[in-house]
Design a protein around this ligand. Structure first.
Ligand code: DNO
Length: 352
């Protein structure tokens, strides 16, 4: 397993590459050009600049999270072909810089959704929280207004250009079904996977977060069966997964079983834990297995059994030791660093 850490870039992340350097065993930075609107071709010079910066600090740039998919592709509009061509060109340019894996998602409108970013917990830390009844009773625009006033950074998946068109985008999705989304995903993959094969970039789709439909929008990458269907849309090793234990853990998925079944197609994995409540709410917890509903020990054990050699990163941590004052929601330094040590702890003892 190759350990990585997500970093938002200079001037866009309070955590420095030098901080990350001090976490044991981190080899690579998971990066992106976060200000790049979906659908645009990434400039080679900007890719190269990011590469130079990250490599100078002693890390590899093998994994990009994410190259976002333009909404017209998900909706299957006639304009999609132009955006797919742009996507292909970005992939070629990333390959030229040495990128190996690209993470993306295919969720309509939203990327990830929570109802609270700083939910207080008993020990004084706070974490991202999802309250199901709120989602059922609030319109998405009000939720976005409420959430985004709590943060002064642009969060991936909540980019200004996306939020500005929310009403209009929802209208475009009226009457849109899960089958429509499947078809549009297949169309996209049939176009891009041959390019990935030619330039040696593995695609890893990120599961939907949460892993169930919200606001009447379809969600398809949500369970074992659908992941199987997804992998068969284009049956190539280049069409793979960025498995996220927290996203799949938002509903009762058997994640070790999913890993066991599809391990050869998992190119990247996000390890974190969530605690699910009976009413459908969930909160993000520490990475430790007994703190949440995901058996993270078994997740790591299953990866170990399969001799997993792909990329791993600790996903969302709680905000601890006051870091919510400066850290990005879910992406502080401390709890993610603790998460890495937990993952290594389990992995190393299994290796012994
Ligand atoms: C949230 C992340 C997601 C993820 C995308 C991948 O913190 O897990 O934003 O990066 O869904 O495209």
């Amino acid at each position: 397993m190759k350990m990585t850490f997500r970093w938002y870039g200079e001037g866009n992340d309070q955590i420095s590459l030098q901080h990350i350097r001090q976490i044991p065993g981190v080899e690579g930075i998971v990066w992106s050009l976060h200000d790049m609107p979906a659908g645009e071709v990434w400039e080679q010079s900007r890719i190269n600049r990011e590469k130079a910066l990250i490599e100078k600090a002693g890390f590899h740039i093998d994994v990009v999270e994410s190259v976002n998919v333009h909404e017209d592709i998900k909706l299957g509009l006639p304009t999609r072909d132009k955006y797919i061509e742009n996507y292909k060109e970005t992939l070629r340019r990333l390959a030229k810089a040495g990128v190996k894996v690209v993470c993306y998602n295919f969720m309509p409108v939203f990327d990830w959704t929570r109802t609270e970013l700083y939910k207080q917990t008993e020990d004084g830390s706070n974490a991202l929280f999802f309250e199901k009844s709120q989602i059922e009773n609030i319109d998405p625009i009000t939720l976005i207004d409420k959430i985004s006033k709590d943060v002064d950074v642009t969060m991936p998946g909540w980019e200004p250009e996306r939020l500005a068109k929310l009403k209009e985008t929802f209208k475009q999705y009226e009457g849109f079904t899960a089958e429509d989304l499947w078809q549009n995903l297949k169309y996209f993959l049939e176009q891009i996977i041959p390019v990935c094969e030619a330039c040696d970039i593995k695609m890893g789709i990120h599961p939907d977060d949460p892993a169930f439909p919200i606001f009447g929008l379809p969600r398809i990458i949500i369970n074992k069966e659908n992941i199987g269907r997804f992998l068969n849309l284009v049956d190539s090793p280049y069409n793979g997964l960025s498995l996220c234990t927290g996203s799949l853990g938002s509903s009762a998925n058997d994640i070790p079983d999913i890993i066991h079944t599809y391990c050869s197609r998992i190119h990247f994995i996000h390890i974190r834990n969530v605690k699910r409540y009976e009413n459908g709410d969930f909160i993000e917890t520490s990475h430790r297995a007994c703190d949440g509903s995901v058996d993270t020990v078994k997740v790591i054990e299953t990866l170990h059994q399969h001799d997993y050699s792909g990329y791993v990163r600790p996903d969302h941590g709680r905000h601890i030791w006051g870091e919510e004052a400066w850290a990005r929601p879910g992406y502080g330094l401390y709890d993610r660093a603790l998460g890495i040590m937990y993952i290594w702890g389990v992995w190393d003892s299994l290796s012994r």
